[in-house]
Design a protein. Structure first.
Length: 365
């Protein structure tokens, strides 16, 4: 019965004792790693397997220590690779949990369950490749359209009537929206595939928020809106962050707040310390999100009905990108909203900072 249960599990299973010797392996684990059962059982896991990051650096000892501590199950990093027989390297998703005595609660070892994700990674690579090629093929003609439109509007290509200028301006605006859509699609695909380069540096929240305010001044002035910024404590401790990544998050959340808030409205940004995280709150006085549609806010291409009526143009990709970025640096993002009463978005950043990531592509496109 015991062996039937192990063989019926759709994932690889390895059990280790307190000396980290392999005591149990199932067929999927053996097939995935390339070992026969007798080559695994009784061996220290470090003698037959290596767990590494995509950067080829060894997996930190803290993951195993935490699993043996038994307080909770430990999810291994998403870039984990296991090196099996004949140095076969396999990307996996894996969880390590303590094995405890039912009566005494004493930890007797750990069990590792893992899944081979080579096919999923290959599909991700194909998706990224397709989007990259499609984006390039789209951006080339779109850039030409924008350039020629600018020439016509400025008069560099000769004089045109006011009516003609009006039509060309609409072409220019439509082209800009298409370019932004292509860039957002490419950014989201890169983030979801784990291909965003993270290069953190110590950043002052005061300087960051001042820069965001200056960048959005044109949008705020167009609607006579006010942006209030506050940090508690003041000054707030500097945090190691990637300038481009954190900028993307602020820009998307705040541009939505501006877009859906009324003229002369106020948008508030508050940064506070909550445990081991900095918590950023962005509050607007806008149209809010209908309760029935709130569970879809972070879906790609989704826009609430009241948002579509107020601002027909929009991709519905900005908040999807925000969630992917925040999740990627180990934070959380959520919101509170009531229709016609405004929306408050929250996101967190570890006070310890964003972990650097050398592999991947820059988010800038």
């Amino acid at each position: 019965m015991y062996f039937l249960l192990l063989s019926s599990i759709g994932e690889g299973v390895l059990a280790l004792d307190l000396e980290r010797k392999i005591t149990i392996s199932n067929e999927i684990a053996e097939r995935t790693l390339g070992f026969a059962k007798e080559e695994l059982l009784g061996k220290k896991i470090s003698e037959v397997l290596k767990f590494i990051h995509a950067t080829k650096e060894p997996l930190e000892e803290s993951f195993w220590s935490e699993a043996y501590a038994g307080a909770r199950e430990v999810v291994l990093p998403l870039d984990t690779l296991v090196v099996g027989k004949a140095n076969k390297t396999i990307p996996i998703v894996a969880v390590a949990s303590a094995i405890k005595n039912v009566k005494t609660k004493q930890v007797n070892g750990i069990i590792i369950t893992f899944r081979d994700v080579r096919e999923e990674r290959a599909l991700d690579e194909a998706r990224i490749s397709f989007i990259s090629v499609a984006s390039h093929q789209l951006r080339t003609p779109l850039t030409s359209m924008r350039w020629f439109s600018e020439m016509l509007i400025s008069g560099d290509a000769g004089a045109i009537s006011e009516e003609q200028k009006h039509f060309v301006e609409r072409i220019y605006e439509g082209t800009e929206r298409m370019i932004n859509l292509v860039n957002l699609l490419l950014q989201i695909a890169r983030v979801e595939a784990g291909r965003v380069k993270i290069e953190p540096t110590m950043i002052s929240f005061k300087n960051l928020l001042r820069g965001v305010s200056v960048a959005l001044k044109g949008l705020l002035d167009a609607k006579s809106q006010k942006l209030e910024v506050k940090t508690i404590p003041d000054p707030f401790p500097d945090i190691s962050m990637d300038q481009e990544v954190i900028w993307q998050v602020f820009q998307n959340i705040l541009s939505n707040a501006i877009r859906y808030s009324p003229e002369k409205g106020t948008i508030s940004v508050l940064v506070t310390q909550k445990g081991e995280f900095a918590e950023v709150m962005v509050k607007d006085s806008g149209i809010g999100i209908p309760k029935a549609q709130q569970d879809r806010v972070f879906e790609k291409f989704f826009r609430a009905e009241n948002a579509l009526k107020l601002v027909p143009e929009g991709s519905g990709l900005g908040l999807s990108l925000v969630k992917a970025l925040v999740d990627g640096w180990g934070g959380k993002v959520w919101f509170e909203s009531e229709e016609s009463q405004g929306t408050t978005f929250y996101f967190t950043i570890p006070l310890s900072g964003m972990a650097p990531k050398k592999e991947g592509l820059s988010i800038a496109v």
